[in-house]
Design a protein around this ligand. Sequence first.
Ligand SMILES: N[C@@H](CCC(=O)N[C@@H](CS)C(=O)NCC(=O)O)C(=O)O
Length: 208
Amino acid sequence: MAQPLTIYGIPRSRAFRNLWAAEETRVEYVLEATDFTTGVKAPAFVAMNPNAKIPALKDGDLVLWESLAMNLYIARKYGEGLWPEKLEDEGRVFMWTLWTANELESIQMQWAYNSFIRPPDQRDAALAAAGAEGMKKPYGVLESVLKEGGPYLLGPNFSIADLNVACVAYTAWFNKWDFSAFPKVKAWLDTCLDRPAAKRARNMREAA
Ligand SMILES: N[C@@H](CCC(=O)N[C@@H](CS)C(=O)NCC(=O)O)C(=O)O
């Protein structure tokens, strides 16, 4: 009998992204609880992911790390409606996935680390403010794209492009970053994060 897909991580980590993708596809999966303090340092885990970071994934003999790449694989293999049919749309999926990692996540993490992730005495208010300001640029890009097209990033249907961008933007959405200048983004995020599969993953993360 085939082994279920295994996701290594905890819901209150980037593994949330993969739980959401797995929930969308309904693939049979198990969450192997691995935290980011001791779990990531266990020799068996480091042998799988030499970065010593969660999440990671095992599917048969295949091991993957990098949360957004893992989602591309999950969507391509298991997610019928999540993966686009046209080659051009696959190109857009790659574009949005690299964009969210490079243009959005990095500056958003600067804000997040210095606003609520690090202990108060290790936060830098100037870096938090600069991060919050810097986030306006990528969210402005998203706003203009959604204004011109939409309702989803590839057009009429929700896809892994939406999931990969929305699971990163979730950090800002959940922690009350001010989206008032970006109403299209806010409405799109509300819709994505209100999907039944997103809610199942959010329930795991927000209850943890
Ligand atoms: N780019 C990686 C980042 C992974 C990452 O930073 N994971 C955090 C938890 S969300 C971690 O394991 N941190 C432990 C550490 O840095 O020691 C991804 O998207 O998977």
